[in-house]
Design a protein. Structure first.
Length: 63
């Protein structure tokens, strides 16, 4: 009976280690996705700025 309990505890310990690894991988994936999204938003922002006419153009005529 004690042998079974020890095996169960070993299995629980291994499962926790496995879950910790999975959690780390998920966290890394989330960080990667957030970085990709941030890069995409920054790129779109730069692209949108190209379409906006410059507001500091010299006005013709009046002085």
């Amino acid at each position: 009976m004690d042998e079974i309990k020890k095996n169960d505890l070993d299995n629980v310990s291994e499962n926790r280690e496995g879950l910790n690894i999975v959690e780390d991988v998920i966290q890394e994936d989330i960080i990667l996705q957030e970085t990709e999204l941030s890069d995409e938003v920054n790129y779109e922002s730069v692209e949108n700025q190209k379409d906006v006419p410059h507001t500091k153009e010299k006005k013709k005529g009046k002085r």
